[in-house]
Design a protein around this ligand. Structure first.
Ligand SMILES: Cc1cc2nc3c(=O)[nH]c(=O)nc-3n(C[C@H](O)[C@H](O)[C@H](O)COP(=O)(O)OP(=O)(O)OC[C@H]3O[C@@H](n4cnc5c(N)ncnc54)[C@H](O)[C@@H]3O)c2cc1C
Length: 395
């Protein structure tokens, strides 16, 4: 295994760095560092304009086929782009659910009409997407989905509730896991539907988070409709397609996330320096520990990406989510500990500092994309070959 970047890759890195420097100027310069953890709602219109600017300059959908607005770049080139993006402190992405989840799913599982209809609009950032999986009774146990859909006169009609739907209030479309066979249970009888959000049968209610942001939502479908053709795969194949989407959820953005963590760690270190705490034994040891763990994560991620490129699933792929989410949560706790009483106080109008936002948002990291407990079950079952989780009848 060779974890070094090749000369060509380093050349590509220089090209990305130069381009981002050039693009993040003028009206976009103010977006540096915005839209990250706990700041997801910030400057929506400006960030949308930024994404369109990136698209116009061919810097999104990098690994997609050229025919659909992509650039056919390799996984490593995509990784390099995300690394440089984080280094430049370019703003948090808005189109990532379409670009990173639905797009690759359609490329792998969609039909030609669906690819032609939806992919160019995603790559041009003309349509934003959200993910309609979780329900009040179906989170970790996703096969308990009860939102239902029925085909009537050439249209799917949906009834039911989704929850924790990130960006639903901004999205034009949602990919929904719904039960389309009335008497079915668990993984059978589910379908993967593409549903327009801006219609009378869709009611979106923001859930206000402790950060004060309303980034995710409850979504109610009350006779919401979508065309009969807006189904990916066959009726009843929804589970298979939904799992394909989840497989895209992590990957090339992992290393970029670590650079964002590096920026945050530097900020926490800066706060410790400002308070004269760098010589405090406990704080300095915790900062050093965080730094070493970050380095270990980087090498593990490079190993994981090397494994993904060759189609293998090895230990770093199984443990990565558990590792980074706990690291990030610990960093938030360290920030609060060194801020002392200042960490408990908020400015007028609930104006949180970036470290307070980091602390609050990092509590969510151990829940979404597979909670800590579920990650441990996966490690136990797939990594260690232990017996299956007895809580679930069919896991
Ligand atoms: C920031 C954020 C954004 C999100 N965005 C979206 C989105 O856009 N779209 C979407 O569909 N969903 C989204 N989610 C929802 C997310 O996928 C769920 O929160 C997650 O799947 C957990 O489900 P739950 O919240 O229902 O908790 P539950 O599944 O009810 O779990 C509750 C607790 O029980 C534990 N538990 C559950 N089952 C087991 C088990 N078998 N063994 C041991 N312990 C267990 C869990 O670990 C957890 O601690 C988001 C969540 C967050 C936090």
């Amino acid at each position: 295994m060779d974890l070094r970047f090749s000369d060509q890759e380093n050349e590509f890195r220089a090209q990305v760095r130069g381009s981002l420097e050039q693009l993040l100027t003028g009206r976009f310069a103010a977006l540096r560092g915005r839209g990250g953890a706990g700041d997801e709602d910030a400057l929506f219109d400006e960030r949308l304009a930024w994404e369109r600017h990136l698209s116009a300059n061919n810097w999104n959908c990098l690994s997609w086929p050229k025919a659909f607005g992509g650039r056919d770049l390799t996984l490593m080139q995509e990784v390099i782009f995300f690394e440089e993006y984080a280094k430049a402190r370019a703003p948090g992405r808005l189109g990532h659910i379409g670009e990173g989840l639905l797009g690759p799913t359609l490329i792998a599982c969609g039909n030609e009409e669906q690819k032609k209809r939806f992919l160019p609009k995603i790559s041009a950032v003309e349509e934003l997407w959200c993910q309609g999986y979780s329900e009040p009774g179906a989170g970790s146990d996703l096969a308990a989905v009860s939102c239902r859909a029925e085909l009537v006169n050439g249209q799917w009609r949906l009834h039911g509730q989704k929850t924790w739907t990130s960006h639903a209030q901004r999205a034009d479309w949602c990919f929904v896991l719904a039960r389309t066979e009335a008497s079915s249970t668990r993984h059978a009888g589910l379908s993967y539907l593409l549903v327009p959000m801006k219609q009378a049968g869709v009611d979106i209610r923001p859930i206000i988070q402790p950060t004060g942001e309303g980034d995710f939502n409850e979504v109610f479908f009350d006779d919401a409709r979508t065309d009969a053709t807006c189904i990916v795969g066959e009726p009843g194949e929804g589970w298979k397609i939904a799992m394909a989407t989840l497989a895209f959820e992590r990957g090339s953005s992992t290393l970029a996330q670590q650079l964002q963590f590096t920026n945050e760690l530097a900020q926490v270190r800066g706060a410790a320096a400002d308070r004269g705490l760098l010589k405090n034994n406990e704080i300095s040891m915790r900062l050093a520990q965080a730094q070493m763990e970050l380095l270990a994560m980087r090498w593990s991620s490079l190993r994981m990406l090397d494994g993904m490129a060759s189609g293998q699933l090895d230990a770093p792929a199984l443990t990565s989510k558990l590792y980074w989410s706990n690291w990030h949560r610990n960093l938030g706790e360290l920030a609060m500990d060194l801020l002392g009483c200042d960490g408990d106080l908020v400015g007028e109008g609930y104006d949180l500092s970036s470290l307070q936002r980091l602390f609050l948002f990092s509590r969510a990291d151990t829940i979404y994309a597979g909670s800590n407990e579920i990650q441990r079950n996966i490690i136990a079952e797939r990594g260690l070959g232990l017996p299956k989780d007895r809580w679930r009848d069919d896991s």
